[in-house]
Design a protein around this ligand. Structure first.
Ligand code: NOJ
Length: 891
């Protein structure tokens, strides 16, 4: 049984007894607050010298960005009339398994605000029925198609709305993919901040255009699964600390979050890990400083599930919503917030102003997405069971019974969106002798268990925590149930008359290959979330590393020894090493199908048989050896008390590192072949806004809502008369609130202050100083299909900084990309790509601002191509000329 499930069962048994003892008197006990509280925010584990989680207080209030003012005005009217209990109710989850969704807040029904339903995942509506299991984020990244990313986001949003989900827990833009073995890289869009940003932004727009609040996660530097969580009691073993410097934070990991916030995302989820020694859910620098002040985030910040490790500390540091509400150990009916937050406000420890801001942010976000309409459905499904009826609160000792699943079908025509994404992601890495496309008369001998659906049932493993059958997604909370699996074998049989399948990962004995037979070998590499260990991989790709699973290398080599033509199809969460077989003479074609979700079959044969030319491109590099990466991106092993994961490679991840060290990858970032050819001609560059080193000064913040600061009457959190309590459900109420009269002696963190900080120079609106998105250069290029079949081409622009740039900067960095529509043979299209101020800037840690290293003699170069390799066409910022035939900047 999955580790997580057994852990829950264990806890449930434990809590059966303890709840009876603890529950009745906890609420008004101020000492209990002290027990729940982390002793002091200043007590941090030692992190390596130079990495600082500096304090940043108080929390900047939301409501000053013009694009949110109408929603904040509505929220203000409501929150001004709420009781303390109603306010607290909205900030705190009702507890694990205490409602239909993976997370459920309390409600404020007097104002029409329901219990909000929070539901995974980044690729669809998790743990329910009649939905679409979309391709994973990494697959979207491989399409390099912004319109498709939007279409998938809109379809996810429509399904979420149809199921009554208020807050969808995606997209994931962290992890970024710093560690190729990292377990959850596949939930995001690729190992580059700009590619990751676009995936996130278009997904957010799609989801939110359907009126559902999107959640950008996990903030921040959540780059490996092992040791990601605090082990209670807190302090025994802390969550690993990601230690990174300010410039790396801004130029890599925070970049996609800034863009998501600029796009108006409603929610941010914190990460499990510490950042520079301070837990993400109570890291004041990250939440108050970076998210809410510098990036001007107007929505709500929620904790990742059970990532909250302190009540007052997290409130002061900027957290707005505790999820799923429980304290460090779930199902005990105890919380850091809920009744404890009521206590902390009544005794003056948490300023009422902070609670008001939390609630105003939550209510304003609800208005901002237009959820205050009758037509927004209540949840009509249960993430806890597939049964039609069952306990309303499965985590309770005794629960009333409810109708929990109404099996509402929300699929509409989304299967076609899913198929389009899966198809357009298909990345052909090698295609010697034009082996692809295949003919319907091709004689196909298919090997590998990955070619057909899991024989035990497509959803037989909890949250896909096994690698059996076609790999359509990784494992963990980032999944959805398959409504069906269109597997490759079935699709191949629809296209070719002569298909023989060998359902094995070991090459069968006694095979004779006839001339002209084509062997198709299906192989995979899987990873997922840390609560499951699958074939020795505890989330991260620990045991198989970057090798194929199930001895895939051997299967390919054996097939290559028998057959003159071998086509390898790889379903994978990320880069895999291909050196063992890629150069074998009979391995003619290699196809990465990434993680296609439910549409694995026809999307693949659409390309294999030439109905569509492939146009997917790698969203990461494929190195020749794992040792080609810096040692610092290896998985971290056990260390006593806290694992210190120091990002000493700084900006140099993936191609940035390989380029710096002149290490030629096997397949470059962006690599992907087509059945046709394209030329890129008539490139032009025109200047936009004037180049100044610092951006124009930001505007000061506008006003935010204000409320009475008088501590509310304790009666506002007394149990309502005749209230029927559900044991272990988390409430805002207290048994004897009138006894809470004194201010508790709480040790505030060093640097705690209530006077607002000066406006950060890099801020100014959602995402940061709006001038950062001023267009400095516009590049246009004519793409012509010079081959004989229709196809699509991606144009990527990589920026190279002036050679006199004093800052150590990667040689080239992706800054813009666009994809053509389908171009018929000989047809052309002109693509326009914009380079913004931020694209040319470095983050200056001294001035805390984005600075362009302006040079009067050395130009910026804008390299135009379709991967980091073979770049020969470039435009220059000073002469405003473009020329082809140049020496590529990187190997
Ligand atoms: C933990 C995961 O890290 C997060 O991504 C997910 O949304 C929550 N669990 C809820 O399942």
């Amino acid at each position: 049984m999955a580790r997580f499930t057994s852990f829950l069962v264990f806890l449930a048994i434990l809590s059966w007894g303890s709840a009876l003892v603890n529950r009745p008197d906890f609420a008004s006990d101020i000492l209990f607050l002290e027990k729940q509280e982390e002793p002091s925010l200043d007590k941090r584990d030692d992190v390596p010298a130079g990495f600082v989680a500096s304090p940043y207080y108080p929390t900047p209030k939301g409501g000053w960005s013009p694009s949110w003012s109408a929603s904040y005005a509505k929220a203000h009217l409501v929150v001004a009339n709420m009781t303390l209990a109603e306010k607290v109710n909205l900030t705190t989850g009702t507890g694990l398994l205490m409602g239909r969704c993976i997370g459920n807040t309390g409600s404020a029904l007097r104002f029409g605000i329901p219990s909000l339903c929070l539901q995974d995942s980044a690729l669809g509506i998790a743990a329910t029925d009649n939905i679409t299991a979309f391709p994973a984020g990494i697959t979207v990244g491989a399409t390099w198609n912004k319109a498709l990313a939007y279409a998938r986001g809109a379809a996810i949003g429509a399904e979420a709305r149809g199921k009554g989900v208020n807050i969808q827990l995606g997209p994931a833009v962290g992890p970024l993919g710093r560690k190729p073995r990292g377990g959850r890289n596949w939930e995001g869009f690729g190992a580059d901040p700009v590619l990751q940003s676009w995936g996130g932004v278009e997904t957010i727009k799609g989801i939110q255009d359907m009126g559902v609040i999107a959640t950008i996660k996990h903030f921040i530097a959540n780059e490996q699964e092992a040791y990601r969580m605090d082990i209670p009691p807190h302090g025994l073993m802390k969550a690993l600390s990601s230690n990174l410097d300010d410039r790396t934070l801004h130029e890599l990991y925070a970049w996609p979050f800034a863009d998501g916030i600029r796009a108006g995302v409603g929610a941010v989820m914190t990460a499990y890990n510490d950042v520079n020694g301070s837990a993400s859910s109570q890291n004041s620098k990250m939440m108050n400083g970076i998210l809410k002040d510098e990036m001007g985030f107007q929505g709500l910040i929620m904790s990742d599930w059970l990532a909250q490790i302190g009540g007052v500390s997290s409130a002061l540091a900027g957290l707005d919503m505790a999820m799923p509400g429980d304290g460090s150990v779930p199902l005990f009916g105890v919380a850091y917030w809920g009744y404890e937050l009521s206590t902390a406000v009544l005794n003056g420890t948490v300023p009422l102003e902070r609670l008001n801001d939390m609630v105003t942010r939550i209510v304003a976000t609800w208005y901002q997405l237009g959820q205050d309409v009758e037509s927004f459905p209540e949840p009509n499904f249960s993430a806890n069971t597939a049964d039609a009826s069952g306990p309303c609160y499965p985590g309770a000792l005794f629960s009333p019974t409810c109708v929990v699943n109404e099996y509402v079908n929300v699929q509409a025509n989304h299967a076609s969106v899913a198929r389009e994404v899966a198809r357009e992601a298909i990345t052909v890495l090698k295609n010697d002798n034009k082996t692809l496309p295949l003919l319907s008369t091709s004689v196909l001998r298919v090997f590998g268990t990955d070619a057909q659906k899991n024989p035990d049932g497509i959803n037989s493993c909890n949250q896909r925590s096994c690698n059996k059958g076609t790999l359509g997604m990784g494992w963990g909370s980032g999944t959805a149930n398959y409504p069906y699996m269109d597997d490759p074998l079935t699709a191949l049989k629809l296209k070719a008359a002569n298909v023989t399948y060998y359902d094995t990962d070991s090459f069968p004995s006694g095979i004779t290959a006839a001339t002209g037979d084509i062997a198709m070998v299906f192989v995979s590499s899987d990873s997922g979330e840390n609560q499951y260990t699958v074939e020795g991989n505890d989330g991260d790709r620990k045991s198989d590393g970057l090798q194929l699973w199930h001895k895939g290398d051997d299967l390919i080599k054996a097939a290559a020894a028998k057959y003159a033509t071998v086509i390898v199809v790889v379903h994978t969460v990320g880069p895999v090493l291909v050196e063992a077989w890629v150069d074998l003479p009979s391995v003619k074609a290699v196809v990465f199908a990434h993680l296609p979700g439910q549409e694995a079959g026809n999307s693949l044969t659409d390309v294999l048989f030439g109905d569509y030319s492939p146009s997917g491109h790698l969203p990461y590099s494929i190195p020749k050896a794992e040792s080609d990466y810096p040692a610092s991106v290896s998985l971290m092993g056990f260390q006593f008390f806290q694992v210190q994961d120091t990002f000493s490679e700084g900006l140099y991840i993936d191609y940035r590192y390989l380029n710096k060290h002149s290490i030629a990858p096997r397949y470059a970032f962006g690599h992907g072949l087509s059945y046709t050819t394209f030329s890129k001609t008539s490139a032009t560059v025109t200047a936009g806004k004037a180049m100044t080193s610092a951006p124009p000064t930001r505007a000061p913040k506008g006003p935010a809502p204000t409320y009475s600061e008088a501590i509310p009457s304790p009666a506002e959190v007394a149990w309502p008369t005749g209230f029927d309590r559900i044991w272990r459900y988390l409430y805002p109420y207290l048994d004897n609130p009138q006894d809470i009269t004194s201010t508790k002696a709480f040790t505030y963190p060093v640097g705690y202050q209530t006077t607002p900080q000066p406006d950060p120079v890099a801020g100014g609106d959602q995402g940061g100083n709006p001038a950062l998105w001023d267009v400095m250069f516009t590049i246009s290029v004519k793409v012509t299909n010079t081959g004989t079949v229709a196809g699509k081409e991606v144009v990527m622009v990589y920026v190279q900084y002036p050679t006199d740039n004093p800052w150590d900067t990667p040689i080239i960095q992706l800054r813009a990309f666009e994809k053509t529509a389908t171009l018929a043979a000989r047809a052309s299209a002109t693509l326009t790509l914009e380079i913004t101020r931020r694209d040319l800037s470095i983050w200056d840690v001294v001035s805390q601002n984005w600075i362009i290293p302006v040079s009067s003699s050395k130009p910026f170069l804008f390299w135009i191509g379709n991967s980091t390799a073979g770049l020969t066409l470039a435009c220059e910022s000073l002469s405003k000329t473009c020329s082809d035939g140049r020496t590529p900047p990187v190997v």
